[in-house]
Design a protein around this ligand. Structure first.
Ligand code: TXA
Ligand code: MG
Length: 348
């Protein structure tokens, strides 16, 4: 990692101010948020934003979320702001909700991926808030996608960020704020076409559609083809390198035995009890606890050297929507390999 190494102290103001100055100079700073760690750059500096895309290996037409300080002037970033945006900000900010609004004219194309909208979020992590208050005196915006290579698992600790970017020298500093409390990315609600399409839930997360509906009196709908693009909504995303499969609790015992007989190593992510597994990570049975621990478990099981990461499928009810969404995308790219492993076909 080049530049200044900033880490450890959860509220080390000197480190946070140094990081704010780096951002002001157009450099990249990884910051903790309550959802996942972000890879931040000055949202109004197109060169700095371009370096985020380079570092992540992310396509240029994917927009990034702009993180703003509490009490930020939404009118600086967005235009034609509906009253509902103010209501949601009052109810959920600082917190894990991103709102998509029509972008103001001064927002660089790079931030919006060429679309006419901007994603805005005020995070609640104290380090993120202190950084946003120091950066440009609290009037700036920090463009920050999750601090991982494109398509890979999002980081929930500073160590995860260093594992992603430590070797390539593109990140100038990493602020360490401990393990992210929520553990999965923010809920994204599109309010940019409210008058014609109502609110649209682009990405489920800790803040549920029901909680949003309770505030604005309209239930966010699932996205249609015309909804703004979101890379977190790509079929394959949030994925470890090892193939991932999900199975119901009742199937797992038999699968473990069969793969073991075939000489295959299984790393299991589960919330029930299963004896005698090559590697395992047992997660809490609540959706909040499971989400909090999920990405660290996926990374740990990815590092175990297994042939397959098998996940005990969580319940399918609403409270698990965010977790099930991430798991489905983590498993999507391995469907073919997993089919061979799980369906009694000859092992290669
Ligand atoms: O919790 C989070 O949202 C984390 C932390 C760092 O804040 N950030 C995050 O960023 O997950 P990223 O870039 O990995 O995912 C942001 C999602 C992407 O799917 C992106 O396409 C979508 O937000 N997005 C951002 N701006 C948008 C816009 N103007 N219109 C539609 N989607 C947008
Ligand atoms: Mg991401």
């Amino acid at each position: 990692m080049s530049g200044v190494a900033l880490d450890q102290a959860p509220l080390d103001l000197a480190a946070i101010e140094a990081a704010a100055r780096l951002l002001e100079q157009g450099r990249l700073v990884a910051l903790p948020t309550e959802t996942v760690y972000g890879l931040g750059a000055d949202a109004e500096n197109p060169d700095a934003v371009a370096r985020i895309y380079q570092a992540k290996g992310r396509p240029q037409d994917h927009p990034v979320i702009v993180h703003v300080a509490p009490d930020a002037d939404l009118g600086y970033w967005a235009t034609a702001i509906p009253a509902e945006a103010g209501q949601l900000a009052a109810a959920f900010w600082p917190g894990p909700l991103t709102m998509i609004l029509k972008r103001a004219a001064n927002i660089p194309d790079a931030v919006s991926g060429g679309q006419d909208t901007v994603g805005l979020r005020c995070p609640s992590h104290p380090v993120a808030i202190a950084l946003l208050r120091s950066f440009k005196g609290g009037r700036g915006g920090v463009a920050a996608p999750s601090a991982n290579k494109f398509g890979h698992v999002s980081p929930t600790t500073a160590r995860h960020v260093i594992d992603e970017f430590g070797a390539d020298g593109t990140v100038d500093a990493v602020l360490d704020g401990g393990q992210s409390a929520v553990g999965i990315e923010s809920t994204i609600v599109d309010l940019s076409r409210l008058a014609t399409h109502g609110p649209v839930l682009l990405r489920p997360g800790h803040i549920s559609a029901e909680a949003i509906a309770a505030v604005i009196d309209a239930m966010p709908a699932a996205p249609d083809a015309a909804a703004p693009r979101a890379s977190g909504t790509l079929e394959s995303h949030y994925a470890p390198h090892t193939p991932v499969a999900m199975q119901a609790s009742a199937e797992i015992g038999e699968t473990l035995a069969r793969l073991k007989n075939a000489g295959k190593k299984v790393a299991l992510i589960h919330y029930s009890h299963f004896p005698d597994v090559f590697a395992e990570s047992q997660l809490p049975t609540s959706p909040e606890g499971f989400a909090h621990a999920l990405y660290a478990a996926l990374r740990a099981m990815d590092a175990a050297g297994a042939d397959l990461i098998l996940v005990e499928a969580p319940p399918r009810d609403h409270a698990w929507l965010g977790v099930n969404d991430r798991l489905r995308r983590a498993a999507h790219g391995s469907t073919g390999i997993v089919h061979g492993l799980l369906n009694h076909e000859p092992f290669s």
